[in-house]
Design a protein around this ligand. Structure first.
Ligand code: ADP
Ligand code: MG
Length: 392
């Protein structure tokens, strides 16, 4: 991608206003999972090590456009200070007098964390005055929050109209390198795997990927709608009536690229301890439901994957939240982990969670941190928070 990163600009002596994704899970006033905070450390430490001061901003949860103690950044500041091993000054608000005085007093090596940007309605409205107020707090702007880049908000987009240079941090850069290369210049064979609950969420992704890939493997609940389009009876499996026609058209136009499951795991109920068995896709018993791909499908898909040089995976192959229906998803994760010399990219919130659960996350080339953002990227959309950054 032709966007500048923090390595392309002088940061020494500068106040870096950095948009991070500190939208972390909290319970009882404590951060319960600090992965997103840790993920931002390389960018923060690079800036500090190179003589900048750092002013961090993020949203947290969905407060109703006003201060709400439930969504304060206090606990995030505490955890960040522990991880950095240096003090973090948390401001009472993300704009205004107190934020400005904190930003005006920093010296190189200092870290400030602004209060939740979503305490202001102006943030999601991408309000110009609010964007200007944020811009006052830094000399350079860095965006390291890919997961928020599909939204044109003040902290992701508006602020760049009033503060330059505007560049990517390392997390953002990695997303753009991997996802960008896969779409613009993939090494072939290029295989995509799509799954998840619903086809309707992802029709735009499927259509865009079909223009690029050699093979598109379809699993998960979305395969059901294709089965119906092919004339199979699928019992009481999840199916989207409104998408059957689309599935039929996709099969007619791209039958050569689309690969569907050959067998599936069916159960009597949508329950972790439901009775289950493996059947061919054209033998789903009346009253049963498909909750995973079967072992023959895993082998079939693995054949395509074995030759692949680029793989993009979005959407679990089954109801991986229940152990009996997680095997297909984990087997595909295993197949990807075993690929030598291939670029493997995981997109989508649940897919990333499934790969983490499989214990194979380290063996993937890239796991996108952006759920909605990675889907929009894969649809071929321009993300406003990315477009706003300076070109190389
Ligand atoms: P992602 O977040 O990676 O984009 P989705 O949100 O589209 O993925 O889909 C994830 C969900 O799909 C999971 O909660 C999983 O249980 C569900 N799912 C997968 N296969 C099936 C199926 N056969 N029937 C019902 N739900 C399914
Ligand atoms: Mg999801």
């Amino acid at each position: 991608m032709n966007k500048k990163s923090i390595k392309d600009i002088e940061v020494k002596g500068k106040r870096a206003l950095v948009r991070v994704d500190f939208n972390v899970p909290m319970e009882g006033g404590k951060v319960t999972d600090d992965r997103r905070i840790r993920a931002a450390l390389p960018t923060i430490n690079y800036l500090l090590d190179n003589g900048a001061s750092v002013i961090l901003m993020s949203h947290l949860g969905r407060p109703k456009d006003a201060y709400d103690p439930k969504y304060t950044m206090d606990a995030v500041a505490v955890r960040l200070a522990e991880l950095l091993g240096r003090p973090v000054l948390k401001t009472e608000d993300c704009v205004g007098e107190k934020a400005e005085s904190a930003a005006n007093q920093v010296s190189p090596g200092d870290v400030v964390l602004l209060e939740n940007t979503r305490f202001h309605k102006a943030e999601t409205k991408n309000d110009e005055t609010f964007s200007k107020q944020l811009a006052l707090l830094g000399d350079i702007y860095v965006n390291d929050a890919f997961g928020s880049a599909h939204r044109a908000h003040a902290s992701t987009e508006g602020v760049t109209h009033f503060l330059s240079p505007a560049v990517s941090g390392f997390l953002m850069e990695k997303e753009l390198v991997y996802l960008g290369k896969a779409l613009a210049d993939p090494e072939s064979p290029f295989v995509a795997i799509m799954g998840g609950a619903k086809i309707s969420d992802k029709i735009a992704v499927i259509e865009h990927l079909l223009e690029k890939v050699d093979t598109l493997l379809i699993g998960g609940g979305m395969a059901n709608t294709f089965f119906v389009a092919q004339g199979h009876s699928i019992g009481k499996s999840l199916v989207e009536e409104s998408a059957i026609e689309t599935a039929r058209k996709l099969l007619a136009a791209h039958g050569d690229k689309l690969v569907l499951p050959v067998d599936c795991v069916v159960a009597t109920e949508f329950k972790a301890d439901a009775e289950f068995k493996v059947v061919p896709v054209d033998e789903v018993p009346e009253g049963w439901m498909i909750l995973d791909i079967g072992p023959a499908t895993v082998a079939h898909f693995a054949n395509y994957l074995a030759a692949a040089k680029t793989v993009i995976w979005n959407g679990p192959m089954g109801v991986f939240e229940m152990a009996n229906f997680a095997k297909g998803t984990f087997a595909i994760a295993q197949a990807l982990a075993g690929l030598k010399g291939a670029t493997t990219i995981i997109g989508g919130g649940d897919s990333a969670a499934a790969v983490e659960q499989s214990g194979l996350a380290e063996q993937m080339s890239h796991i996108s941190t952006g759920g909605g953002a990675s889907l929009e990227f894969l649809e071929g959309k321009v993300l406003p928070g990315v477009a706003a950054l300076d070109d190389k």
